[in-house]
Design a protein around this ligand. Structure first.
Ligand code: ASP
Length: 333
C-alpha cells in the first residue's frame, strides 16, 4: 500500500522542478527513512494564485513569506491586494454587481490546523477575506452571510465602503440593455482570486475571494466561500482552490476531492486533471462551463487544470516569478 509518507517522497523524486530546502529527518525514523527523506527537496516558501492578477497578489504574499512569516498571514495579505484593486472587475472593490446592480462578495480562508472562516453575500466591505479570518479566529462559527456578516464586520471595526465603481456600474447598465437578464461567468475579467502558500515552516494555508458570477441572481452564492468547494487545505497533503462556474465546482465538492486525490498518491497536476474530468463527466451541457483548479502540495509541487483553455496562474518562489498556462480538457468552441 502507498502510505502518505511514500507518496510525498515518490512525488517529490518524480518532479524535475523541485528545488529548495532539504527536509530534515526526525530522530524517530529508521535509518532508511532518514536517507530517503533527506533526499527530498521541498520548495518553500512558495505562493501560487489564480489568473493574471495573481502576480500582484503573490507579491503581497511574498512580502510576508520572504521574511519568514506564516502562510496564513501571507494568503490574507496577498488577496487583499486584489480586493482593493478597482480595475479588477471580479473581486472586491470594482467587482461586477448582481443583476440588481448590487455588489455582493464571497470569501473564505483556511489554515494549517483545518481552522477556517467564510463570509458570503457580504455587501459594502472592501476586505471580505479579513472578515472571514475574524469569523475563523473570533467566533465558533465557520460562515456568516449577508446582513449578519456585515453587522459582524462593522462590530469588528471594518468600514462601510461603496464597492460599485463608475466602471462597473456602466458595464452593468450596458449589460441590462441587451442581456435578457442572464448571469455570465466573468471570464474576460480575470475571475476569482484563489491563493495558496507554503511557508518556510512547512505550513500551508489558502484564501479565496470574489464578487462571483457577474449579474448573478440577487442572493446567489458560488463556490468561493464554501470550504471544500472553492478552497480546501489539509496540512498533511496540500492546498487547492478553484475558479470558474461555482455551481459546477460545488456539485463535485471540487477542492476537497483534489486534496483527497493527492492524498491517495496523485501529483497536483494529475489530481486537478482528474477533478476537471469529473466536472466534464457530470455535466451534459458544457457550454461556457469553465472550471479551473490550482493545487499546491506539501513539497511545494504545483498543478493546474481547467475545462477550457485560457486559465492561468501566477507562481512565486525564491527562484521564480511567472505566469503559467494551465493544462486544459478542450479549446473554446
Ligand atoms: N467561482 C466564482 C463563482 O462562481 C466565479 C469565478 O471564479 O469566476 O462565484
Amino acid at each position: 500500500m502507498k502510505t502518505r509518507r511514500n507518496f510525498i517522497r515518490l512525488s517529490a523524486l518524480g518532479t524535475a522542478a523541485v528545488i529548495g530546502t532539504p527536509c530534515i529527518a526526525s530522530e524517530k525514523e529508521t535509518p532508511k527513512e532518514k536517507i530517503n527523506k533527506a533526499s527530498v527537496k521541498i520548495t518553500k516558501p512558495i505562493v501560487v494564485s489564480t489568473w493574471n492578477h495573481g502576480i500582484a497578489a503573490n507579491a503581497g504574499a511574498w512580502k510576508i513569506l520572504s521574511k519568514g512569516g506564516t502562510a496564513l498571514d501571507a494568503v490574507e495579505a496577498g488577496v487583499r491586494v486584489t480586493e482593493s484593486d478597482p480595475e479588477g472587475m471580479s473581486v472586491g472593490l470594482g467587482g461586477l454587481p448582481d443583476r440588481e446592480g448590487i455588489v455582493t462578495l464571497d470569501a473564505c480562508i483556511m489554515d494549517e490546523n483545518n481552522k477556517c472562516g467564510a463570509v458570503a453575500f457580504l455587501q459594502d466591505i472592501e476586505h471580505p477575506i479579513s472578515v472571514a479570518r475574524k469569523v475563523m479566529e473570533d467566533t465558533q462559527h465557520v460562515m456568516l452571510v449577508g446582513e449578519g456578516a456585515k453587522q459582524f464586520a462593522l462590530e469588528k471595526g471594518f468600514e462601510e465602503t461603496n464597492l460599485l465603481t463608475e466602471k462597473s456600474k456602466k458595464a452593468w447598465e450596458e449589460w441590462k440593455t441587451e442581456s435578457k437578464y442572464q448571469p455570465i461567468i466573468n471570464s474576460e475579467n480575470h475571475d476569482t482570486i484563489g491563493l495558496l502558500a507554503l511557508d518556510e515552516h512547512g505550513n500551508l494555508s489558502g484564501a479565496c475571494t470574489t464578487s462571483g458570477m457577474a449579474y448573478k441572481l440577487h442572493g446567489r452564492v458560488g463556490d468561493s466561500p464554501i470550504i471544500g468547494a472553492g478552497l480546501f487545505v489539509d496540512n498533511e497533503v496540500g492546498a487547492v482552490c478553484a475558479t470558474g462556474m461555482g455551481e459546477a465546482i460545488i456539485r463535485i465538492a471540487g477542492s476537497s476531492i483534489v486534496v483527497e486525490m493527492m492524498r491517495n498518491g496523485m501529483s497536483p497536476q494529475e489530481a486537478c486533471k482528474a477533478a476537471v474530468e469529473r466536472v466534464v463527466k457530470k455535466h451534459q451541457d458544457l457550454t461556457n462551463l469553465q472550471v479551473g483548479f490550482l493545487a499546491l502540495n506539501k513539497n511545494g509541487e504545483v498543478g493546474s487544470y481547467s475545462v477550457y483553455s485560457g486559465f492561468n496562474y501566477a507562481i512565486q518562489t525564491k527562484e521564480q516569478n511567472d505566469l503559467i498556462d494551465a493544462g486544459f480538457n478542450r479549446e473554446w468552441d
